[in-house]
Design a protein around this ligand. Structure first.
Ligand code: NAD
Ligand code: MG
Length: 384
């Protein structure tokens, strides 16, 4: 039987890798729904190729364009946030959460609510609302399968092992494009340079997060929610070769690590195929061609965003939600050349220090708090 799959963020980098795996395994999957924010041309192309039941376009201004492109096809076109919610509320076997940013929180919440397993790439949803998503998944008996490569690595390292035996988990970081630079040298660096990641080919937001190393801080929070561990049990190290994606240290000092090519198809295929493995095409790792594997501590003076996020693990969830919101605002301002690279950290730390603490006990409170924190971040940005 084919697995029924919906792909949120189908036109992005993770979406593209997901659909490539589906192409390579046509007997295993049937695409039920695909979504995009505004890339109508690609969304229409994918719809014609995969013939899903539903297509969702978030940008309301482009509705007539997608309708024209898909006229006469038996595909239901849904629009805006409501459309996204509707698709997420259709029970499927697995929903690939590959929207970038907090925009993914609502549909993930909806999909878990109806009992759909989630292959999750969208770390921002876990950072802002992991305290609600993970208990809900438990209540609904939903599997949350990590796609983020480091988390998928840890998940794979833990297969057949017990969390009681774990002393520590380590996520690896390539170091991003500015590993050899000082903080002063990075301060005014252009988005063009920051978008050039040395080992991974990714969307704009996560590429900037990798350059500031906020990504590893967000990933530490993500790991804490996914695996139910405290702050002291998770950290990150720089590993420029991006061959080992994560490792687990057990109480007997055994270390189990996960190696794979730096290709998102590996973790995505693991989550899609789980509990089986799929045959996929990647550039295979030839370990005889690798002369060394290096591991270095993160320099906190050079990359302060990592610690800013990491220290929020275990704190009131509103702090991480505020940080996530501020970072999204900061990254988009930076990409529009309205904020210096070095001020991404300033904007985030000021927002976290200024926000009022609220308990985010339900779905709506997380959404409201995200808007509230964005407002604070925008007003701080005016003063920088
Ligand atoms: P991307 O920018 O390439 O694609 C984002 C997708 O989300 C697009 O399809 C876009 O149309 C959609 N989208 C964006 N904003 C939206 C909104 N407001 N409403 C609805 N749809 C929206 O991003 P990506 O690199 O594929 O990353 C997606 C997620 O996966 C992010 O959370 C990222 O952190 C995570 N992730 C990505 C990688 C990677 O290699 N790219 C690795 C690990 C984790
Ligand atoms: Mg990652």
């Amino acid at each position: 039987m084919k697995k029924l799959v919906s792909v949120l963020g189908a036109t992005g980098s993770v979406g593209a890798s997901t659909l490539q795996i589906v192409r390579e395994n046509p007997d295993k999957f049937q695409i039920i729904g695909i979504t995009a924010h505004s890339n109508v041309a690609l969304l229409a192309k994918l719809a014609i190729e995969f013939m899903p039941k539903f297509v969702v376009l978030s940008d309301l201004n482009l509705v007539s364009d997608i309708e024209t492109r898909l006229a006469h096809l038996e595909i239901e076109i849904l629009i805006g946030e409501e459309g996204l919610d509707f698709l997420a509320s259709q029970k499927t076997d697995i929903l690939v959460a590959a929207i970038s940013g907090f925009a993914g929180f609502k549909p993930i919440f909806k999909a878990i609510s109806v009992g759909t397993d989630i292959a999750i790439a969208n770390k921002e949803a876990l950072v802002a609302g992991g305290h609600l998503l993970m208990p809900l998944a438990k209540e609904k008996d939903v599997n949350i399968l990590p796609i983020d490569s480091e988390h998928n690595a840890i998940y794979q390292c833990m297969m057949g092992h017990h969390w009681d035996d774990v002393e520590h988990i380590t996520l690896t970081a390539s170091g991003g494009p500015f590993l050899a630079m000082t903080r002063e040298e990075m301060h005014d660096i252009s988005p063009v340079k920051a978008l050039k990641h040395p080992t991974w080919d990714m969307g704009a937001k996560i590429s900037i997060d990798s350059a500031t190393m906020m990504n590893k801080g967000l990933e530490s929070i993500e790991a804490a929610w996914l695996f139910g561990i405290g702050r002291e049990k998770v950290s990150a190290v720089i590993h420029p070769q991006s061959i080992i994606h994560g490792f687990v240290t057990f109480k007997d000092d055994t270390i189990i690590s996960h190696m794979a090519p730096a290709d998102m198809k590996v973790p995505i295929s693991h989550a899609l195929g789980w509990p089986e493995r799929l045959k996929i095409q990647t550039e295979k790792l030839d370990l005889t061609q690798i002369s060394s594997l290096e591991f270095m501590e993160i320099n906190h003076e050079q990359f302060p965003c990592y610690n800013l996020a990491h220290q929020l693990i275990g704190e009131e969830p509103c702090y991480a939600a505020a940080l996530n919101a501020a970072n999204e605002i900061a990254v988009s301002l930076y990409l529009e050349n309205k904020l210096a690279f070095g001020d991404i950290y300033s904007l985030c730390t000021k927002t976290v220090n200024m926000i009022e603490i609220r308990s985010l006990d339900d779905y709506q409170s997380v959404i409201d708090y995200d808007s509230f924190a964005r407002g604070i971040a925008r007003s701080i940005a005016l003063l920088l």
